[in-house]
Ligand binder design. Structure first.
Ligand code: ACM
Length: 688
């Protein structure tokens, strides 16, 4: 073969190879991962000619039309393509010219158990979404958006065929807006993000000890006395419910009773179980004693009036009454309550709470609602119509999911939140592998009672500024657990896709990346933030509530613009560094050594960068000792890496530096997240 022919053959083979690689499933970064997906050899190039056509009966500007408009905006924002037709079904254009056809059979009421399946096909010439319902079709659009990739220097949709449907019907995110109020813009952008990852229940925790957050005309004292002026008007609530409904998302409100009742009792102290107590809105975190009096008929008149007014604001059948963490102290102390229990043969506080819950269930039924509550409501006499929200685990002295199994065995429907407490600030891995389906023998009927799960964003330590960075991107991986097949559990594959979904979340308006920059600029007093940023990449906020031991270090009005608030779970450099250490231990070579050294040099330089800005940035001072410690650790490791010798003295010094804690009074509240991997590397170097 002459040289020229050989070269042509090589190029030809090479192009086949690239083509095959480009369309492999590894290149596709969808989350949640579909039930069935095949990559094909195509890709649909995004040009100004892109046209969307909807085929199906809907009201003009029904749900799917709005979704198509949003889709076109996201697509053009992502790609910078100036499309000629910015709206679906453009007038005067034949449907045969469409790039994207959306077919659906029915517009449906958004409710639990509706058909959410869709089929999506992307070929070189045309894209088709087919679904039974408009909600399914919207899921198809969420998938399609995530298929945007760069092919041969242009944006394109990756060629695939997808057949998809959810594994669980209940895929939720709970937002606590009582501890810190979240304005409607914050809620809306999180609903957009939920839609992107196919979550379908927004659980809105609207009352707690620290606030009551809804305007009520019949009981105005609630928002007037117990919200600090931070509440949703009824029209705000309707707007959110409509906004969510437009995206196929149900809204389940929660009014937490009889415990977590301080806000209620600040407005209506006469309904409290402790008489003559001066209740006031709680500013700390924890479990508190104020509890509604279940023996007082006025309590039921009050709740009836409240539910009558708020229930119609929500179109979902489920209504969450909380019911958690009632320790019953004020019940034990009240002789009238004790007398009531005797007369009604209620032998303990659980039975008293069940009496209360059954009364609530009847009130809610009048307003067309089904009761759900945290697992504590599951007592012997609780009607099986109640939906049990399983949440307790090892931190509460229980087996994870214990109540979930008990619920299904006892005939209740249930959802799981234990394992999905994103406010614990654990790594995404800790949540991703938790499955709502427990590893115990269940009958088919019992298994069916497990409806799904919810991630919970408790808001003691978050504000509108930081809440996105606590929810996302980890909740995208939890959404995958609720949607995708049980076998989808590969951690590396999940991480590969998580960084891509993180960028799409930003396209939805999520501020998880932006908020870090804002906080760091403020700390730096608008000077250079390079050093601070590098420090956030190896620091993670204290986990499992240890940031706020005792619940009093941070109050609802404390600043949440501190260094810890700029840091997140799964800090950016931690996994990179861990993999480098793994690889180096397996195969120590110069190239890996150089990569490790690059990290170490960055860390060594941080304290100098901070010292430059410190004179004009008082908030930086408290970080200097930490940055110096990081620098010392990095310097020792860098030296050892280059000399290949570490003395036992150096190893000891390193260990003591790594384990050293910062001054607790400065609220640094972060841990050096690369500490373990640094010690692994040091110990390896010591042995070799
Ligand atoms: C809860 O975390 N108290 C439901």
């Amino acid at each position: 073969m002459n040289h020229k022919l050989f070269l042509i053959l090589l190029i030809f083979l090479g192009s086949i190879n690239i083509k095959a690689q480009d369309n492999s499933l590894e290149e596709i970064h969808l989350m949640p991962w579909p039930q069935q997906m095949k990559a094909n050899e195509s890709d649909f190039k995004i040009t100004e000619e892109f046209i969307v056509f909807i085929h199906g009966e809907e009201n003009e500007y029904g749900r799917i039309s709005k979704a198509a408009v949003r889709f076109i905006r996201y697509m053009t924002d992502k790609t910078g393509v100036f499309v000629i037709n910015g709206f679906p079904n453009p007038k005067g254009i034949d449907a045969s010219a469409a790039s994207l056809h959306i077919y659906f059979d029915n517009e449906v009421e958004v409710a639990m158990g509706i058909d959410e399946s869709y089929n999506l096909q992307v070929t070189d010439n045309v894209i088709e979404i087919r679904a039974k319902t408009d909600v399914g079709a919207m899921h198809g659009l969420s998938s399609l958006l995530q298929l945007i990739e760069i092919k041969n220097g242009s944006y394109a949709f990756a060629g695939v065929e997808i057949n998809d449907e959810p594994r669980f019907v209940w895929r939720g995110l709970m937002m606590d807006v009582a501890r810190h109020f979240m304005p409607i813009d914050v809620v809306k952008r999180n609903i957009d993000a939920m839609a992107l990852v196919k979550l379908n229940v927004f659980h809105w925790h609207l009352s707690d000890d620290q606030g009551f957050r809804v305007e009520t005309k019949t009981l105005p004292e609630l928002y007037q006395k117990a919200s600090d002026g931070l509440y949703y008007t009824k029209s705000d609530v309707k707007e959110i419910v409509k906004y969510a409904n437009d995206r196929g998302i149900r809204v389940v409100p929660e009014f937490d009773v009889p415990g977590h009742g301080t806000a209620f009792l600040t407005a209506f102290p006469e309904l409290g179980s402790k008489k003559d107590m001066e209740y006031s809105v709680e500013r700390n975190s924890g479990i508190f004693d104020p509890t509604l009096d279940p023996t007082n008929e006025k309590t039921y008149e009050f709740l009836d009036a409240l539910f009558k007014e708020v229930a119609p604001l929500f179109n979902d059948v489920y209504f969450h009454i909380g019911g958690d963490e009632n320790e019953g102290k004020h019940w034990d102390e009240n002789i009238d309550i004790q007398q009531f229990m005797k007369e009604n043969e209620l032998k303990d506080n659980h039975e008293l709470q069940t009496y209360f819950n059954i009364r609530l269930e009847k009130i809610l039924a009048k307003y067309g609602k089904s009761l759900m509550g945290w697992e504590e409501i599951m007592t012997a006499n609780m009607p099986k119509t109640a939906l049990i929200h399983s949440w307790r685990g090892v931190n509460e002295g229980m087996q994870p999911g214990e109540s979930l199994v008990k619920a299904v065995k006892n005939g209740y429907q249930t959802i799981l939140s234990n394992g999905y407490y994103i406010d614990l600030l654990l790594s995404v891995e800790d949540h991703y592998l938790v499955d709502p389906m427990p590893d115990v023998e269940l009958t088919e009927v019992e298994a069916k009672r497990i409806l799904g799960g919810e991630a919970t964003m408790w808001a003691e330590l978050v504000t509108p500024l930081t809440v996105d960075s606590r929810i996302w991107p980890r909740t995208a991986a939890i959404a995958e657990r609720f949607w995708s097949a049980q076998e989808v559990r590969d951690i590396d594959h999940m991480y590969d896709r998580l960084s891509t979904i993180s960028q799409f979340l930003e396209l939805m308006g999520i501020q998880h990346l932006k908020s870090k920059e804002y906080i760091l600029r403020n700390i730096a007093n608008y000077q250079d933030t390079h050093g601070l940023r590098s420090l956030t990449y190896i620091s993670e906020p204290f986990k499992i509530y240890s940031r706020n031991a005792g619940g009093t270090e941070y109050k609802t009005y404390s600043p949440f613009t501190l260094f810890a608030d700029a840091c997140t779970a799964d800090a950016k450099s931690v996994r990179d560094f861990r993999q480098l250490v793994d690889n180096y231990i397996k195969n120590p070579n110069e190239s890996l050594k150089k990569e490790l050294d690059d990290h170490l040099k960055t860390w060594e330089g941080i304290s100098d960068q901070l010292k430059i800005i410190e004179p004009d940035a008082p908030l930086v001072s408290r970080l200097i000792p930490y940055a110096e410690r990081v620098g010392e650790i990095a310097a020792i490791i860098a030296k050892v890496l280059n000399s290949n010798v570490i003395s036992s003295e150096e190893l000891k010094q390193l260990k003591s530096l790594v384990e050293k804690k910062e001054d607790p009074t400065v609220n640094l509240d972060v841990e050096l997240a690369v500490a373990n991997d640094i010690m692994r590397l040091a110990e390896y170097l010591a042995k070799n």
